[in-house]
Design a protein around this ligand. Structure first.
Ligand code: FES
Length: 145
């Protein structure tokens, strides 16, 4: 009997436990050809928006954000006066992520989560971060550079 168990795991620990927390997707397990090893994504600014005011500061609440569907960009304001711009296109399969709530942007398609202050992937199935776009604030306007 004991011979049959050899090489099949640890006695008293089930297969699921051996495999880890099944059903909990994590990010950052980079697959070959799926982006930078640090999980970051390369920013490709959508054509036609460089240098344009794409949102007003007042449209972006502190701790929240605004998704601009036309260009699939999400603007966040993680802390007062600090604005960030990310692609709203989920790196998993391209659905548009939702506006941030409690510092997290969630993709409605398969549940990936991203940090509103960095775009970092917090929960898979996405394997990488949302690409960040450089921006500047001029007066009341937020401009993609
Ligand atoms: Fe976003 Fe799948 S497309 S999690």
């Amino acid at each position: 009997m004991a011979g049959e168990e050899r090489g099949r795991g640890v006695p008293g620990i089930g297969r699921r436990e051996m495999l880890g927390a099944t059903g909990v997707a994590v990010c950052g397990v980079a697959l070959a050809g799926c982006g930078a090893s640090d999980g970051s994504a390369k920013a490709v600014v959508p054509p036609g928006i460089k240098g344009k005011v794409i949102a007003q500061k007042a449209d972006v609440p502190v701790g929240g954000g605004k998704v601009i569907q036309e260009w699939k960009i999400v603007i966040t304001q993680p802390t007062s006066g600090v604005f960030k711009a990310f692609t709203a296109k989920c790196p998993h399969r391209g659905c548009a992520v939702g506006r941030p709530e409690d510092g997290v942007m969630t993709c409605p398609c398969h549940g990936s989560e991203f940090a509103a202050d960095s775009g970092k992937c917090l929960k898979g199935p996405a394997q990488g971060a949302l690409a960040e776009f450089p921006l500047k604030v001029e007066g009341d306007g937020i401009i993609i550079l």
